[in-house]
Write a protein that binds this ligand. Structure first.
Ligand code: NI
Length: 259
């Protein structure tokens, strides 16, 4: 069985001690493709560096709503650099993670929307999908999804369990990526939410090193744990885990345009 982890962060300092070792162990375990996603200019550069070392590691470039610089000039400079990095590096599969986060930042909503929309423009220009981070900003995210044109179907990364959000995404052909929370005992509506996503739009991810799924909750996460997400979704969909692995692998290759 081969698995594709559509979203993790191997530039994170939690991997400073054993990054190369873990990346190789992940591959050996059967997770034969994974994405080390960027969330700031700095992490986008590191993601490119890491992905260039391994055939099976890919990356994304973007400025998350929690990593927007304070100075206006710097924002424009960074947006230009994100575009340049994405354009010049073949391992960059998407613009992300980008979006809105009113949990960590409530005071700059307009600026968050601006930076999100500017990066959607970059993705459209480069014909890349976007990878969306959204937290406590469901209504504004839905509003932007509904009122924006996308060159490629995007991805809701670590998708919140909200039907309207998922429906708005599906209406635009988006893919829905589920992470550790589907395995959490307190995620009461997880089964219902997973059931509304057609299998051809499903992706699985770990968001490593955070959000470890059960039974490893609380420990450092890495892409080997993506199997627990696959198992849970298989249980919810009444399918076997091999089928879920195969379908999500194909979906990831499709959305990221991997030959
Ligand atoms: Ni992430």
């Amino acid at each position: 069985m081969e698995l594709f982890d559509s979203h993790a962060h191997y530039d994170d300092e939690k991997f400073n001690e054993d990054r190369d070792f873990i990346i190789k162990e992940i591959y050996k375990s059967g997770v034969t493709k994974f994405v080390s996603a960027g969330y700031s200019l700095e992490s986008s550069k590191k993601g490119i560096e890491i992905s260039n070392k391994y055939d099976y590691v890919y990356t994304t470039c973007g400025i998350s709503p929690n990593d927007i610089p304070y100075e206006k000039d710097k924002i424009e400079q960074e947006l230009n650099q994100i575009e340049k990095l994405a354009k010049e590096n073949a391992k960059v599969l998407a613009i992300g993670e980008i979006g809105l986060d009113y949990y960590w930042n409530k005071d700059n909503k307009d600026l968050q929307k601006y930076v999100f929309l500017e990066q959607i423009k970059i993705a459209n220009k480069l014909n890349l999908p976007i990878m969306i981070h959204t937290r406590d900003a469901i209504m504004d995210t839905i509003d932007i999804i509904k009122n924006t044109e996308f060159a490629k179907p995007g991805i809701f990364h670590c998708c919140p369990f909200n039907k309207d959000l998922i429906q708005a995404g599906l209406d635009k052909g988006f893919y829905i990526s589920f992470a550790g929370p589907v395995t959490f005992k307190n995620s009461k509506n997880a089964k219902e939410i997973v059931s509304i996503v057609p299998i051809e739009k499903l992706l699985i991810e770990t968001d490593s090193p955070y959000l470890s799924p059960e039974p490893n909750r609380g420990k450092r996460n890495d892409s080997r744990n993506v199997v627990f997400i696959a198992k849970k979704i298989a249980e919810f969909k009444n399918m076997n885990v091999e089928e879920i692995a195969k379908i999500t692998y194909k979906n990831a290759k499709d959305v990221f345009n991997i030959k």
